[in-house]
Design a protein around this ligand. Structure first.
Ligand code: SF4
Length: 443
């Protein structure tokens, strides 16, 4: 009965929220609850024909690597693309979050073609990302491009997690939904290459390989990111540490890609340094809007900076980058994590809407990642099922309405918007907006 009820939940929401693309309902459910893979649908590892999951920053899985068995040894794909099927889906790119107990399963049908099955019924055709040419070439020290400079969003974004750990450490400082430190430990324990601090020359060498073999020029942006730096790494503070990579990249490849940095909300002088180094887009993530929840869920940020100062710095940074290029993220769904979160979807949406209005009234367009309740995080442990799907669907509706109310449009550096066109893979916010001017990539 459990499996039957998932289809019913999904179809009920599609009916009640007809303005939200049906593709987004399926995508949000896959992101919040994960998908299972038959072995036949796994990538074949680092030497196969399918682009494997790179574990680009967090695990984004519902089980730890030792619990995933075959899915850990023989990697799942980085993303899947859904088309057709019972809901007549337009092309929809979904980031892969593995959950062996999910009612969604990717497997081959009788004719051998891959499909997405919900409750045992095939609901969409599944395409896998081909192994990019640049992943087939190694750096001179033998490291893989996937390890040093993985790409996500169907190749649009080069994801440079240059610092694989966070200096907010332990349960009194780490954000309560974040497994960056655990993910680093589990990859080390599994004997996988997983560089803690990525040397700049390795990044540049990997980018040279991407630049050379990405002849279709699908890669459009890079993100520099990693854990928060509260003191120094290699003698550099956060702005100089992350900024120095941007400087090196921009010197070697001036404006080849849109440079983005995800970092803390830093004081204005530090933000200016990011800009001087060549960064074009700044992501000082606000994580969760509600005051009490921010204090509880982001204890390190609250202690070192504080919520009010964090928000002030976000707005101040628009002086440097321009409001349209300040794009703070929030983790959609943690508003409803128990025991402290909102208990009704109405309250959770009202709170998030207040935050969206706050930022959008200043011309700042936040974006969001759908919360994946990773099992080693305090919030994931207490809430393995994540937030209700209805929250995520109503958020898409509220987000679009608030954006339009403020006369704003989809943020830059996220690729094409609109159903059937978006490539942003870790939430459906771009799938749910009006089409923008960026061309959709070839299938
Ligand atoms: S600041 Fe929070 S979300 Fe960011 S890496 Fe550190 S613990 Fe994770």
């Amino acid at each position: 009965m459990e499996s039957l009820s998932r289809t019913a939940v999904v179809e009920d929401l599609m009916e009640r929220f007809p303005h939200v693309p049906r593709e987004a309902v399926i995508k949000e459910d896959l992101l919040r609850g994960g998908m299972a893979f038959d072995e036949s649908a796994l990538s074949g590892g680092d030497d196969g024909d399918v682009k494997p999951k790179s574990y680009f920053i967090f695990s984004f899985d519902h089980r730890t690597l030792p619990e995933l068995g075959a899915a850990a040894l023989n990697r799942p794909p980085e993303e899947i693309v859904l088309t057709g099927g019972a809901y007549d889906m337009r092309r929809t790119v979904v980031s892969v979050r593995v959950n062996p107990d999910s009612p969604y399963r990717v497997r081959a049908g009788e004719d051998g073609s891959l499909g997405l099955y919900l409750d045992g019924v095939r609901i969409a055709d599944v395409g896998l990302p081909p192994m990019p040419d640049y992943y087939r070439h190694k750096l001179s020290n033998g490291k893989s491009v996937m390890e040093v400079a993985p790409t996500i969003q169907w190749g649009y974004l080069i994801y440079l997690t240059v610092f694989r750990v966070c200096q907010y450490f332990g349960h009194k400082e780490e954000c309560q939904y974040c497994d960056i430190n655990h993910n680093w430990r589990q990859h080390k324990a599994a004997g996988r290459p997983y560089t803690g601090v990525k040397p700049s020359d390795e990044i540049l060498e990997a980018l040279q390989i991407i630049d050379r073999y990405d002849t279709a020029r699908t890669s459009t942006a890079y993100t520099l990111t990693g854990g928060a730096i509260t003191s120094h790494v290699g003698g550099k503070d956060e702005a100089d540490f992350y900024g120095s990579y941007a400087k090196a990249i921009e010197e070697m490849f001036p404006e080849r890609w849109i440079g983005k940095v995800v970092a803390q909300a830093l004081p204005l002088d530090d933000v200016k340094r990011f800009h001087d180094y060549g960064v074009k887009i700044y992501h000082p993530n606000f994580e969760v809007w509600d005051k009490k929840l921010f204090e509880l869920y982001c204890p390190g940020k609250e202690r070192y900076v504080g919520r009010a100062e964090w928000h002030k710095r976000i707005l101040d940074s628009t002086e440097v980058f321009g409001a349209e290029n300040v794009i703070p993220n929030f983790v959609a769904g943690v508003e409803m994590a128990q025991p402290h979160g909102f208990t009704t979807v109405d309250e959770a949406i009202a709170s998030t809407e207040e935050g969206l209005n706050f930022f959008m009234s200043h011309g700042v367009v936040p974006r969001f990642t759908t919360w994946c309740p990773e099992p080693t995080t305090p919030l994931g442990k207490a809430n393995p099922a994540g937030a209700p799907l209805e929250y995520h669907i109503r958020l898409l509706e509220t987000y679009r309405a608030t954006l339009e109310k403020h006369g704003l449009s989809s943020p830059p550096g996220y690729g094409p918007a609109g159903p059937g066109r978006a490539v942003f893979s870790v939430s459906s916010f771009m799938d749910s907006l009006a089409p923008n001017e960026e061309a959709a990539p070839a299938v």
